[in-house]
Design a protein around this ligand. Sequence first.
Ligand SMILES: NC(=O)c1ccc[n+]([C@@H]2O[C@H](COP(=O)([O-])OP(=O)(O)OC[C@H]3O[C@@H](n4cnc5c(N)ncnc54)[C@H](OP(=O)(O)O)[C@@H]3O)[C@@H](O)[C@H]2O)c1
Length: 320
Amino acid sequence: MQARYWHGLKKSTNPIGFGCWQIAGNHSIDGTPHGWGTVNENEAVNLLLDAINSGIDFFDTAQSYNNGKSEELLGTVIKQTKKEIVVCTKIALTEDEIKNKKLANDFFQRVEASLKRLNLNRIDILLIHNPPDDLEWKKFDYGKLNELQTQGKIGTFGVSSKSLNGAIKVVEANFGTVVEWVFNVFERRPMQELFPLIEKNKFNFIARSPLSRGLINPKYINQQVKFNSDDFRSTLQQDWIDWTISSLKKIHHNGIAVDDLIKQSITYCIQHKTVTSAIIGIKTQKQLEDVLKINNSINDNAFLEEKFLNDIEKCFPKWL
Ligand SMILES: NC(=O)c1ccc[n+]([C@@H]2O[C@H](COP(=O)([O-])OP(=O)(O)OC[C@H]3O[C@@H](n4cnc5c(N)ncnc54)[C@H](OP(=O)(O)O)[C@@H]3O)[C@@H](O)[C@H]2O)c1
């Protein structure tokens, strides 16, 4: 599939990217699980290496994924490979930064810490992680981000948003060049207002949760959804899980080839040219193999059949 161009970065990558939250391992924030279960670090490194060697060249991580562990594992692989990849990481604002609408002096040190863990001299994309939705980006002093760009420590910047409305505000304010939010067959609302804005303002869009946090999986047609207590998904809203699974079952009843569900869902995300990268949270070698098979079988003309698209529209009223 033709590579996607990153505005403001002057680089292109495969539209299927790798989300590195899943490989971060067990951790919790204020007593609530924030990871995706136990991870063997050697296996995670091998998974990342295999992905890179098979042509995956965009990786999304964050400082908060197990206190930098996800960045560190990616950094181990970056040290071992000669392949060129594009890396996006995220830093959360402190309460003072939110209140003052200004990055604190120690922001530079926080960026240096990521650079060190990632074994990089430059972070291609630095995103502000999950800021409050009502932050007024037009009034936010991002001089330090410009300074980091001038110093060559970051390529470009933007925001990974908590909500669709938050993402819209970031693009409206032209804060950087990258916005990250959810996009998948169930969550299609970005197509209404966000995508046209992104195209107008020449932004890049990172589509997260392309598999709706792993719930887009044919096994859930017959199997009950149950997550271990160390999996952050055990804290997801039950009515959202129920809605997602009932939509999955509707597809099944409408005769859509469920076996092909993962392929169709990934194709759905990346066939939208507004999506610069759809980052799949890959946790196992089998999942990587399946994603690579899908990657190799999709070409630029691999748009989903009209019938599938119509059925999706019928089956999935928008989640509000
Ligand atoms: N606010 C933010 O900035 C934010 C928030 C969320 C995510 N993200 C980023 O987005 C990335 C991905 O989004 P997400 O975390 O919501 O998850 P996702 O990609 O929608 O789903 C990940 C889950 O999908 C399943 N999966 C992966 N490959 C598969 C395959 N080939 N076949 C079947 N199932 C497969 C696995 O589920 P099982 O574990 O059940 O096997 C995996 O844990 C994260 O890694 C992270 O980088 C950012």
